[in-house]
Design a protein around this ligand. Sequence first.
Ligand code: NUP
Length: 216
Amino acid sequence: MEVKNRIILALDVKTMERAFEVADAVSDYINTIKVGYPLALAEGLESISMIKEEFSSKIIADFKVADIPETNRKIADLTFEAGADAIIVHGFVGADSVTACMESADEHDKEVFLLTEMSHPGASAFLQPAAEHIAEMGVELGIKNYVAPATKINRLETIRNIVGKNAFIISPGVGAQGGETSSTLDFADAAIVGRSIYLSHDPKNTAKGIVDGIKL
Ligand code: NUP
């Protein structure tokens, strides 16, 4: 996936009005927007196509899909039919559940991102011990896109080493969660930034500052 300036906006606002304000403010710098449950549950799945049409942006649906294969398949189909370019899928549910999303993605000519390990402190309890196996499973399944944490650079590096240099890693946790852009981009292809931008008094200048600080 081509991500302008290697920054993805996590648009976790709860109204379409605010989503449009923020997306508009950063549109010179960011062309890839992650829509998650906050906006989709508040404003519906059509928030995806509305943002896409207004800003010509790519949309990654962060639905962290984690169900049995049959249900995963339905979730992925609906998400792609709503216009998402990619969907984030949990790996801990196993190969069959992930494969169901991959099949949907193939049929719709869209992409899957495999979530390996999460960025928050609690992820160290259960997900971290499994993360390397999850990444290995992704490689075996032929997945090229991954999500790995910006808050734990050594873990991000470990996952990069497993998935290889040709994989595409996007990394959440920059800014509000304490992760730092340039060290994240040493190992990830793009950083996901949410609150630092959309809670800022001046989202446009904040996005510009982040982009200016990156050695592209
Ligand atoms: O491990 C993860 N950590 C994480 O923060 C996986 C995620 N998908 N996210 C998401 O990234 C989180 O739900 C939010 O949408 C975004 C980070 O936002 P912020 O901490 O920059 O506000």
